[in-house]
Design a protein around this ligand. Sequence first.
Ligand code: GTP
Ligand code: MG
Length: 264
Amino acid sequence: MLTEETFLSLLGEDWRRELSELEDAYDDYAADCECGLRHVETCIEDFISEMNRSDGYNYIDTYRERTKEFDSVVEKLIRRNLPLTIESIKSHIRDIAGIRIIARYRDDVDKIVQALQRPNSFVIEEIKDYVSSPKPNGYRSVHMIVKKQIWFSQTMKEVPVEIQIRSMAMDLWASHEHYLYYKGSDVGAPRYQSRLSVTASLLDSVDSLFIAARDDVPTNDKELIETLNRLLNVVAPDYHITRRHKMKPNKTTKTPVAETTETI
Ligand code: GTP
Ligand code: MG
């Protein structure tokens, strides 16, 4: 693997200087983005805490935030075949500053997204809804890019901030997937895809069960069992789940399979 040191030693003197100048320009710009991040975060926290008070409910489990490192920005520009210039960073890399909002329940994700679209101090540039249309690997989340104007002593600047909104179950999946595979050389390998998408669908059912528990309503057992059987068919085709919530070997299977008393 190419280390940063080797990479830099392979670059000529001119390139090294240009990269170092780009890093200085980036540090300035990232500081502006970070400022935008703080403004947007305060604005979100304020109106969500007002929603919490008026509904007597807690919409958010956690907020997380990060600013992208220079190395990741360079990697993203190279990956996308974009020029290594500050202008290119400003126009193409819109997620230098990012906030992640983790809602406890799946249906709160939508409520938060709706709330963020009401008039406030930032402007929405883009919304990607990977909850209604999950990525092929099973990734679920809503992404928004917003623009925030900041008034400094001499000038006004406008910076983008990425907001990701997801439920705790969606976050659990994304966190594992990120740790295991995201952007790794094995992304897209068929052997991982079915496992990952089964886990994502299972967690989606878990999200439904949590909502049913919160609202104290009966779960739609038939639908849940159908989902579980569909998933089980991928990972263990010899088993199916009955309405009494027992896993049993399929009668039609020719291969002898072990009995199980495992319940769901
Ligand atoms: P990146 O280069 O990954 O930033 O892509 P993007 O900004 O063009 O696209 P997108 O809006 O789809 O993704 C933005 C961010 O969402 C990423 O930086 C991740 O934090 C998250 N994300 C997107 N897709 C996945 C995924 O498949 N798995 C995980 N774990 N996170 C994802
Ligand atoms: Mg990104």
